[in-house]
Structure formats: structure tokens, C-alpha cells
Design a protein around this ligand. Structure first.
Ligand SMILES: [Fe+2]
Length: 212
């Protein structure tokens, strides 16, 4: 297996599966610069930044609101007191947890955006919050793309986190595999579904040595 960036699908030797990765996208606006600085201390900041890269890979014309939504969509987890789920027993599509998580992120981002004087005047807060609240489910007018970008970034960047769920006893390896599959299968954008296939394969392979 090998990786390539953007549309540069290169193969070498006996490798048959090619993983296409989004390229790293420069930041052109002050509000995005501030958002990336704000999320930097979060343990999964890389996942958020890569979700922005994947969004732009899927849609070069993604709105500023969509870019801000993807780069902040999980940020409520940086602040204690949020919703929790039992990874061993709850469903991965559990709507009670997912909506509580997504809407809490939207609320946190709302407070933050309100305080960004001089950089947030052109941003529609309600649109950012709509997209964050829909990021686990998808929806109209860009929400499917935000959800797809989250899934692609999850499969690319969070393999180690998912491994630790197993090694730390939070869930068994079957449930961990099911999470990766869920993140791929929930994607509604056809192009993103195709991009997710090799990423899912690699994510599942990263759990193979933990199989009993
Ligand atoms: Fe996420």
C-alpha cells in the first residue's frame, strides 16, 4: 500500500492499493488563522485541520462557513463536562450522544466566534452552527461534504486513537473495526465514498494484530 497526494496516484512495485490523500491547504483568512490557533491545544487538532484539507479536496469552492465548521466540529471535547458514551455498549450511530456532541460544539464555537472582533464580521454564525450540528449526519447545502470530510479525516488520522480504545479496554477489537466501517459507510458523497475505501482498508489493517 502506498499514499499519494491530490490526484497524483502513483504505484510502485507489487503495491495494488493506492491511497489518495488531500493536500495540505494554506489558510488565507484571519478568522481561519485564529480558529486553527484556538484549536491547537486540542489532542485531536490534527484531525480537525485535515478535515478542512479534505473538505477543500472534495469542493474547491467550499464556503468560509463550511471551512470554519470542519476545522472546529469536535472542539467541545476540548472542554470538560461534555456528553459521554460507552464505547463497548452504545451504538456508533447513537443519536442522543451524536446530537449532544455536535450541538455542544456548535454552542462553543458560537461563543468563540462572538469574541473574534475584527475577523468574524463577514461570517454567518448560524450557517457555521448549522454545519457543525449536522457534521455527524450530513444534510443539505454542504452538510454532506462536511460529514464526508470528517469521515475521511477520521479514517486517515485517528487510527492510533481507535487502537487505544482496544488496548485501554474501552471496547473490543470488533467494536473498534465497526467504528471505522461506520465512518466510511455513513458517507453520502459518491466521490468521498470512493476515497474512503482504501483509507478504511488501512484503518482496519491497523487493528489486525489486536485480533484475538
Ligand atoms: Fe470529527
Amino acid at each position: 500500500m502506498t499514499t499519494s497526494h491530490d490526484h497524483d496516484d502513483l504505484e510502485s512495485g507489487p503495491v495494488t492499493t493506492v491511497i489518495t490523500l488531500a493536500r495540505e491547504e494554506p489558510v488565507a483568512t484571519e478568522i481561519e488563522r485564529r480558529a486553527i490557533a484556538w484549536i491547537a491545544p486540542y489532542s485531536q487538532a490534527r484531525h480537525l485541520v485535515r478535515a478542512r484539507d479534505w473538505l477543500l479536496h472534495l469542493d474547491r469552492n467550499a464556503t468560509l462557513e463550511a471551512r470554519l465548521a470542519v476545522v472546529t466540529h469536535d472542539i467541545e471535547r476540548m472542554f470538560p463536562g461534555g456528553p459521554t458514551m460507552n464505547k463497548a455498549t452504545d451504538r456508533w450511530d447513537d443519536p442522543h450522544y451524536l446530537y449532544a456532541h455536535a450541538s455542544r460544539s456548535a454552542e462553543v464555537v458560537g461563543v468563540w466566534l462572538h469574541s473574534q472582533h475584527g475577523a468574524s464580521e463577514d461570517v454567518s454564525l448560524s450557517e457555521v452552527q448549522r454545519l457543525i450540528t449536522l457534521h455527524e449526519f450530513g444534510g443539505l447545502d454542504g452538510a454532506d461534504l462536511v460529514q464526508a470530510a470528517d469521515s475521511l479525516s477520521f479514517l486517515e488520522t485517528l487510527q492510533d486513537v481507535v487502537r487505544r480504545w482496544v488496548t485501554g479496554g474501552e471496547c473490543d477489537v470488533e467494536k473498534a473495526c465497526a467504528k471505522h466501517r461506520y465512518m466510511a459507510q455513513r458517507i453520502r458523497v459518491p466521490k468521498a465514498r470512493r476515497l474512503a475505501e482504501p483509507l478504511l482498508e488501512r484503518a482496519l489493517a491497523s487493528l489486525e494484530d489486536l485480533q484475538g
